[in-house]
Every structure is written in C-alpha cells, then in structure tokens.
Design a protein around this ligand. Structure first.
Ligand SMILES: [Zn+2]
Length: 223
C-alpha cells in the first residue's frame, strides 16, 4: 500500500477538490517535496475578501469625463493564497484582513474626494474655501458646524486624509486611477500579510458595479 502522502499526491487533478470537500487532510510534507511531486499542479488555497466604499476622485490630465470630480461605488478586494493553511485552518483569518486592511481603507476613503498629491497642492486653498462654505450650511440645519468626518489617523501606506475647510480628502502620492489603487492595495496587503507561507495573489479594485462591472487587477509577477 502506498504511504498516505504519496497516495494523495498521486490522485488525478480532478480528485483534489473532492478530496478537500470530503475533509481529507492533506499530508504534512515539505513544500519542496510537494513541488517536486506536483510539478504541473501546485495545490493552492485562495481566500478573497472585499469591502464596498463610496468616494469621488479626479483623474489628472484625463482626456475624457474623468477630468471632472465624479464618484463611484467602489469595491476593494484582495485574494490571499497559500499552499498550506495555518493552525486554525485559514489562509489568513478574514477578521484580521477586515480589521487591519479593509477598515483602514474605509476610514481613509469612504465619502472622501481622492486626489493625487500634485492636484491637491494646486487646489488645496480653493478646496478650503469651498469646504468652509459647504460645512457652514450645517448652521441652517444643526445650528452649529457639527462633527468632523471620520478619518484614518496618519499615513496608510503613503496615503493620508486632509480636511480642508472640514471636507474629507484622501491624498495619494499618485493619480488615483483604479489600476494604481489596485497596485497600492496589493502593496498594502503584501506588507501586512505576505510571509513565507502566504502571498497576495491579486488585488482588485472595482470602479463601478452597476449597471456593468468594471475593475482593475494587480497581480504579482509569476515566481
Ligand atoms: Zn472615475
């Protein structure tokens, strides 16, 4: 009879998913051994988690309508991958990704205007004047200026909040297109979660969800 490890590794490709569904525990063998034995098929777990956000942006220099300030319902999503699970049976605990990455993104971006640093430098004074006027409208409803918006404290992987005149901005060191935001999200997720076992297989930024989906992916180079 074959040893358990060899028996599992010798299963045809289609058997892997059913083995996992049946709760068969994969053998404890070194990655090196597994790569040798599964040269054409690396068994890999992937776990994806995302969050919806509402924010506006401006695409500096865009030839089309994105030159205007305009908003989307966005979705930031990361896919983490590992060939072996941790002791609890996770690639990375979803709660950890939620608390350490997605909620900080939400605090940075939700109900903000995202700008690149260069555009912000050019319009910061104008936005402060505009912000003061917009926020002052609360006197009509609340009788006071109310509370400042929720923000992220400090720098989130190079991005930060500014509150000119009391309105919320998210400032990036680049023009915040979907593609660049996806690359930024990938870098943030990698800094938080990548190690010898886990890597970030994909970061996806949906710029619109309805009526048609459009998104940008950032994938790391193949090993
Ligand atoms: Zn846009």
């Amino acid at each position: 009879m074959l040893p358990v490890a060899q028996a599992v590794l010798d299963q045809p490709l289609g058997r892997w998913s059913s083995l996992l569904l049946e709760g068969v525990t994969l053998p404890t063998i070194s990655l090196h051994t597994r790569r040798q034995r599964t040269k054409d098929f690396q068994c890999m777990f992937q776990a994806s988690i995302g969050i919806h956000l509402h924010f506006a942006h401006h695409v500096r220099g865009h030839r089309g309508p994105c030159i205007s300030l305009h908003g989307h319902t966005w979705r930031f999503e990361v896919t983490l991958a590992a060939s072996e699970l941790d002791a609890e049976g996770f690639v990375v605990d979803f709660d950890r990704v939620h608390d350490e990455l997605l909620i900080p993104c939400f605090r940075l971006l939700d109900h903000s205007l995202a700008l690149g640093q260069l555009s912000y430098d050019e319009v910061a004074m104008d936005l402060a004047r505009l912000g003061h006027k917009l926020v002052a409208s609360r006197h009509e409803t609340l009788g006071c200026l109310g509370d400042p918006p929720a923000t992220y404290e400090g720098s989130l992987f190079g991005a930060r909040n500014e509150l000119p005149g009391g309105i919320k901005l998210a400032i990036f060191p680049f023009v915040p297109t979907s593609e660049r935001l996806a690359a930024w999200l990938h870098g943030a997720a990698s800094a938080l979660f990548a190690d010898g076992r886990v890597h970030v297989a994909r970061a996806r930024v949906y710029e619109s969800l309805h009526p048609s989906e459009s998104y940008a992916d950032f994938l790391p180079p193949s090993p």
